[in-house]
Design a protein around this ligand. Structure first.
Ligand code: PNS
Length: 159
């Protein structure tokens, strides 16, 4: 049986840290779906369509990776697409408490669903989409945070 995994997130915008997890997770799962959350509670910098399209641009050459958006509960979306494994990145101990809670809650919701954590490459352990937006909003250098092709698109959001 092939193992279909999902890497869910907001990806607003996708960073080098996310790309590292995507690349590594694509070597573990047979199929990897990047699940982009349409989070109505948040007011994202990039629209859902833009976020999906940015990740597609970065993963076009990864044959077992697809990108999809979802709305509502992750476990329900996973049942729709037949995925049983959630991949999340852990940057630091501070991530752990929240991630543990979500992983356990998702497993209680549906016992088929397991979560695996990939520890972030130390060179990205400080990096988050929030950090990218904070620096970009002040015109700071974000070249070490996101792929070059996104830099102008991010700055334009603050013009
Ligand atoms: O990139 P993020 O914002 O840290 O990702 C959070 C995400 C998408 C993994 C989480 O919020 C999620 O799965 N949301 C979907 C709604 C849901 O299933 N909630 C219950 C578990 S928190």
């Amino acid at each position: 049986m092939t193992k279909k995994a999902i890497y869910p997130g907001s990806f607003d915008p996708v960073t080098f840290g996310h790309m590292d997890i995507i690349t590594r997770a694509s070597c573990i799962a047979d199929e990897l779906v990047i699940g982009v959350l349409n989070n109505r509670a948040k007011n994202p910098l990039f629209s859902l369509e833009e976020r999906v399209s940015m990740i597609k641009e970065m993963t076009g050459d990864m044959p077992n990776v697809t990108v999809a958006s979802f709305d509502g509960l992750l476990v329900e979306f996973m049942n729709e697409i037949g995925a049983t494994l959630i991949v999340r990145g852990l940057r630091a101990v501070t991530d752990f408490e929240y991630e543990l809670q979500i992983a356990q809650a998702n497993h209680v919701q549906d016992s088929k669903i397991e979560t695996i954590f990939l520890t972030t490459d130390p060179k990205y352990s400080y990096l988050s989409s929030t950090i990218v937006k904070e620096f970009a909003s002040y015109g700071g250098n974000i070249a070490n945070f996101v792929p070059e092709c996104f830099i102008d698109r991010i700055y334009k959001k603050y013009q």
